[in-house]
Design a protein around this ligand. Structure first.
Ligand code: COA
Length: 330
């Protein structure tokens, strides 16, 4: 049994300035603002447009802000884990590049891939390093440049995704009532059928054919993903409440993965949490994959109080899904 808890002690996010609005998408594919808003809740997303910038640059922006806010040096960080499905390149890890850009000279680092659940999977991993007592300052980043793998002639996918990054600092807390209390994470590899990037890996290495057929872009069967997400995200959210003897009324904030407003609403209703307790910014950023949850935390940071009970929940490609219960520590 661990005697330490891992607490979030700082949070920051970065989204690029360029906006891709529904009106702009109307000029690119056969769609409408009305269709997108009613089916997803999304009005616009941010796109990393500048050449020579990539996922690590957005991640480094968030990490730099954390260092400044917490008043610490990069050299004090022991470990950085970056959750992403859009690394700068297959190797080295984007986490290593973030460390290099942010001066984390003493940290070891690696990437973790669990698509839209990546942040929660990385948070659970980081938590265990802190609880071991050996690592005092661990940064968990969720960052994705989805625009780099989107086919902007495919109306099924291009309306959903955006770019962005968020990061949290985890530190040990001896007060057991604060920090990450519980986590349930799940995967089901049969989901590969419905949501994946077909080429670019060892199964289908890059070739002229894979590029011509746009096999490096996100492939999604939206209806299947939707059904899966609605039932599983809601279930895992209810499960974590039950395991911790919490009712919807006990929860101060629900922090759901921002994939679709209807999925968020179904999860909220099933968990019986009041609408005003739900963090929602999907209208501004769309689905930033591993970025959504830490971006929400950063946006709501000023409203969060020490002792607030938060339920984080996600689902994504893989399939992957999960929920984390944590108590805000500052
Ligand atoms: N604009 C207008 N029409 C569109 C469209 C668009 N951007 N995208 C699809 N359509 C059409 C479809 O072609 C279909 O037409 P058809 O009936 O003539 O074949 C019709 O709209 C209905 O499509 P459907 O897929 O049933 O819509 P939906 O209500 O399921 O909404 C999604 C589509 C993608 C918004 C929804 O399925 C979804 O959000 N799925 C989950 C996606 C997700 O969260 N992915 C990330 C995982 S982390």
């Amino acid at each position: 049994m661990y005697t330490l808890r891992a607490s979030i002690t700082s949070v920051a996010a970065y989204v690029p300035p360029h906006k891709l609005t529904n009106a702009m998408l109307e000029n690119m594919v056969d769609t409408s603002d009305e269709w997108i808003v009613s089916r997803t809740g999304i009005h616009e997303r941010r796109i990393l447009k500048e050449k020579n910038l990539a996922t690590s640059d957005m991640g480094a922006e968030a990490v730099n802000e954390i260092l400044v806010k917490r008043g610490i040096k990069g050299s004090e960080i022991d470990l950085l884990i970056c959750a992403t499905v859009t690394p700068d390149m297959p190797f080295p890890a984007t986490a290593n590049l973030i460390c290099h850009k942010s001066g984390l000279i003493n940290a070891f680092s690696y990437d973790l891939g669990a698509a839209c659940s990546g942040f929660l999977f990385a948070l659970e991993t980081g938590r265990r390093f802190v609880e071991s007592g050996q690592y005092k300052k661990v940064i968990v980043v969720g960052a994705d440049t989805m625009s780099s793998i989107i086919d902007y002639s495919d109306r099924n996918t291009c309306i959903i995704f955006g770019d962005g990054a968020g990061a949290v600092l985890l530190e040990p807390s001896e007060d057991q009532s604060l920090g990450i209390q519980d986590s349930i994470l799940k995967t089901d590899g049969s989901g590969v059928e419905y949501l994946r990037q077909k080429a670019g890996g060892s199964l289908q290495p890059a070739s002229k054919e894979t590029v011509d057929k746009k096999m490096h872009c996100v492939y999604q069967e939206g209806k299947h993903v939707f059904k899966f997400a609605v039932s599983n995200m809601a279930s895992v959210c209810s499960e974590i409440l039950e395991n911790n003897n919490l009712s919807g009324d006990d929860v101060d904030w629900l922090v759901p993965h921002q994939a679709n407003l209807r999925i968020i609403e179904a999860t909220r209703k099933r968990a019986n949490i009041a609408p005003e307790k739900v963090m929602i910014n999907i209208h501004k950023y769309g689905n930033t994959t591993a970025g959504t949850i830490p971006i929400c935390l950063a946006e709501w940071e000023s409203k969060l109080k020490k002792g607030d009970k938060l339920i984080l929940t996600s689902f994504g490609g893989g399939f992957t899904w999960g929920s984390t219960y944590l108590v805000w520590a500052y």
